[in-house]
Design a protein around this ligand. Structure first.
Ligand code: ZN
Length: 78
């Protein structure tokens, strides 16, 4: 079983190849951090900074909207 974890520096899922965090990764993070949304957002914020840095090095002309991708879904629920 390959876990749904990010491949650096591309930030695609090692299992399904989707942009990380993919749906299964989001679900397992929500389970893992249930009852501790603040810790989840801090964790995702740290990963977002790392991803922003690495993706900007790969393609400085096109830095994707990482805020929505990393934090939007985690804030929206509960
Ligand atoms: Zn995945």
């Amino acid at each position: 079983m390959i876990p749904h974890v990010p491949m650096r520096p591309l930030w695609r899922c090692r299992n399904c190849g989707a942009e990380w965090p993919c749906q299964p990764a989001r679900l397992s993070l929500l389970v893992e951090y249930r009852g501790n949304r603040t810790a989840l957002l801090l964790y995702l914020g740290a990963l977002m900074s790392e991803a922003a840095e690495q993706l900007a090095q790969l393609n400085p002309d096109h830095v994707p909207d990482l805020h929505h991708r990393f934090l939007g879904w985690a804030r929206a629920r509960g």
